[in-house]
Design a protein around this ligand. Structure first.
Ligand code: MSP
Length: 533
């Protein structure tokens, strides 16, 4: 067991976003990885939350004619309800209006200001209202215009505070080059490295209150609030307990132990916020604040869910709502699909039909059927009682399933360690397939009819035992993705895994001679496909 707690965070979501399948995916991915750590008996801490400040929130609130705080609180409640529904087992909730966070952000700004990392300067240029940033010529398209992705662009002259990003350019280039584990998948590191090489400007970290007052005040100039990305990125440290004990952030009973947590083992982010936020600003902020290279977090960059190959957007009206899907098809169907259909890092296409098809094939017909058939047959032929059967030497048909299970467990382990739940699930389903095909090839209902032949009855025992063992192994290992279904499945098998590293309980043969299985209850009822239009 590692001495340090595994620390996983996710990008904190904007509060002005409607429920979005991308948010749900990211939280479920992080939840799966953290539950895997817990399955292994390793202490794990999971932080997520909401990004409540900034111009977008202020603008959305103004549109509704309510104060930003009220707007942020209302939307935060929506996120909390969604994550509870989806079974996101976070330990820390980072809401950036929290007073602890405000203290830490202000203390960090003051530190940087005191050591000359922040300075004031005037700037005149074009400003993107949507992206809340000044634009440079780099952002112009081939025709010399600022493209539609920047929204409304206005000329602006402003005095602001700047963070000396440029000063750390070489450090970041060296750091990214020397630390391949900083960014996963590896091909994304190239994006960050290219961006690091192109750092030419310092980072404006203030907004005059006359333009935006929905933010954290700069401690050294109360006429300004902090730029929302600086504020938001600091959440990982402030809710991870940073500065606690140094008198800056008051010790609070629910504050995690920073020294046991830091650095984050995995920061789960989408590919859109690697450059510049998490791949450039964030490591430089930490470096300037005195964090050593081995105290830098590790980033896991996932891809995007598209719809029919297109980006989801409010304007196109094709944003997939996870809340609606969870209500329509159940949380297991949604969690399973999101984890099974996207290879971490790559993009994927979302389709409700595909979700239903996957659920019906893998969960209803695959695992659910296997469970039902195994329990029903064991009840019918053996009064629910298992016996290893088989005789002196194990039959080839049993050996085959056993070998598949052994190899699948190892493949599952390396996939989970590499943050690739889709590959872990694929491995588990090779066990489901092997067990289901054992039913087909051995035809237990036929074996049961040859009641007076001891060899046939031993074979039946061995088959039923192999089926139950396959289910037990899948039932234990499925827990990170489908925690409730795992509990329900193991309850039906009447198997309780030991505390500690549950992976260890996945060796073949864990069910004792004479073990009594429970009664079958359908676990994954089929979803009827909506009739074709
Ligand atoms: N608030 C910032 C993050 C601050 S972290 C210090 C933000 N919020 S967001 O709501 O726009 O996005 C939250 C996460 O959802 C990001 O990691 C983003 O990549 C992810 N997704 C948003 N749309 C997505 C898809 N279509 N597909 C997958 N994930 C995507 O960025």
């Amino acid at each position: 067991m590692s001495a340090r707690t595994f620390f996983i965070t996710t990008a904190i979501d904007y509060t002005n976003a409607a429920p979005h399948i991308g948010h749900a995916y990211e939280k479920i991915l992080a939840d799966t990885l953290v539950r895997y750590q817990r399955l292994r008996g390793r202490p794990a801490y999971f932080l997520t939350g909401v990004d409540q400040h900034g111009q977008k929130v202020a603008q959305s609130a103004a549109k509704e004619g309510i104060p930003p705080r009220e707007f942020a609180e209302r939307n935060t409640a929506g996120f909390l309800a969604l994550y509870a529904k989806l079974g996101i087992s976070y330990d820390g909730w980072a809401a950036t209006t929290d007073s602890r966070h405000i203290r830490v952000v202000q203390a960090s700004l003051q530190r940087l200001f005191d050591c000359g990392q922040i300075y004031k300067a005037a700037y005149e240029g074009f400003y993107s209202v949507r992206q809340e940033q000044f634009l440079t010529d780099k952002e112009r398209d081939a025709e010399g215009n600022f493209g539609p992705e920047w929204g409304e662009v206005v000329p602006l002259r402003e005095e602001n505070y700047y963070f000396k990003l440029r000063e750390h350019r070489q450090w970041l280039i060296d750091f990214i080059s020397a630390n391949p584990s900083f960014i996963t998948p590896a091909y994304r590191a190239a994006d960050a490295l290219n961006a690091a090489r192109k750092i030419e400007e310092d980072l404006c970290i203030s907004r005059p209150k006359s333009r935006l007052d929905w933010g954290i005040e700069l401690p050294f100039d109360r006429d300004y609030v902090n730029y929302v990305w600086f504020d938001a990125l600091m959440n990982y440290a402030s809710f991870g307990g940073w500065l606690d004990g140094e008198g800056t952030a008051k010790a609070e009973p629910d504050l995690p132990d920073f020294s046991a947590l830091w650095p984050p083992d995995v920061q789960v982010i989408g590919k859109d916020i690697l450059v510049p936020a998490h791949g450039i600003y964030w490591p430089i902020m930490l470096h300037a604040l005195g964090f050593a290279d081995d105290q830098m977090p590790r980033l896991l960059v996932h891809g995007w869910w598209n719809v029919k190959g297109e980006k989801m957007s409010k304007s196109t009206g094709n944003v997939v709502n996870p809340d609606v899907l969870a209500d329509a098809h159940g949380v297991p169907a949604l969690r399973y699909f999101l984890m099974r259909d996207m290879a971490t890092g790559a993009d994927a296409d979302f389709s409700e039909d595909r979700l239903i098809a996957r659920y019906n094939a893998d969960l209803a017909n695959g695992l659910g059927n296997l469970l039902n058939r195994t329990l029903t047959m064991t009840q019918r032929y053996r009064g629910g009682m298992l016996s290893r059967g088989g005789g002196a030497t194990e039959a080839e048909e049993i050996k085959r399933v056993r070998t598949v299970a052994l190899e699948a467990a190892l493949a599952y382990e390396s996939a989970m360690e590499a943050a690739l739940p889709h590959a872990a699930l694929e491995a588990l389903w090779s066990i489901v397939a092997a067990a289901n095909s054992l039913i087909e090839t051995s035809a237990p209902f036929k074996l049961a009819k040859v009641a007076n032949d001891a060899t046939t009855q031993h074979r039946l025992d061995a088959v039923l035992y192999a089926l139950a063992e396959s289910l037990r192994i899948v039932g234990v290992l499925i827990a990170p993705v489908l925690p409730e279904s795992s509990d329900a499945l193991l309850t039906q098998l009447a198997f309780t895994p030991a505390e500690g590293d549950r992976f260890a309980s996945c060796e073949w043969g864990g069910l004792a001679e004479g073990h009594a299985l429970g009664a079958p209850t359908p676990l994954f009822p089929r979803i009827e496909m909506p009739a074709a239009q």
